[in-house]
Write a new protein. Structure first.
Length: 102
C-alpha cells in the first residue's frame, strides 16, 4: 500500500474501506509480473494500455521498439505503481459515491 492509498483510506468509513480493499485486491497489478511480461513486450497489455502495447510491438520490427523494451525494464515498477495509484483513486471515488459514509 502506497501513500496515495493511505491518504484515500484516511477519509473513509469502515464499510467504505472494506469495499475499497475488496475492489483493489481484484485490480492491483504486481511489479514482478510487469517485469516478467516486459521481456516479451506484453507489459502494456497487462497494465491495460493496449495502444502502447501494439505500438511497441510494431516498433520492435524497426529496432527502436527493442530499445523501448529495454528502457521499460528499469521503469516497470514505476509503471505498475502509477497504474495502481490511478486505479486506487478511481475505486475510492466510486466507493465513496456508492457507499456514503462519514
Amino acid at each position: 500500500m502506497d501513500t496515495t492509498e493511505l491518504l484515500l483510506l484516511r477519509d473513509m468509513s469502515v464499510e467504505q474501506r472494506q469495499m475499497y480493499s475488496m475492489e483493489m485486491t481484484n485490480v492491483r497489478k504486481k511489479p514482478s509480473t510487469t517485469l516478467l511480461l516486459n521481456f516479451f513486450a506484453l507489459h502494456y497489455f497487462y497494465l491495460e494500455q493496449p495502444g502502447l502495447g501494439i505500438l511497441q510491438w510494431f516498433l520492435c520490427f524497426f529496432v527502436i521498439g527493442i530499445f523501448w523494451v529495454f528502457l521499460d525494464l528499469f521503469r516497470s515498477k514505476h509503471l505498475t505503481d502509477r497504474f495502481n495509484s490511478k486505479k486506487a483513486v478511481e475505486i475510492a471515488g466510486t466507493v465513496k459515491m456508492l457507499y456514503p459514509g462519514k
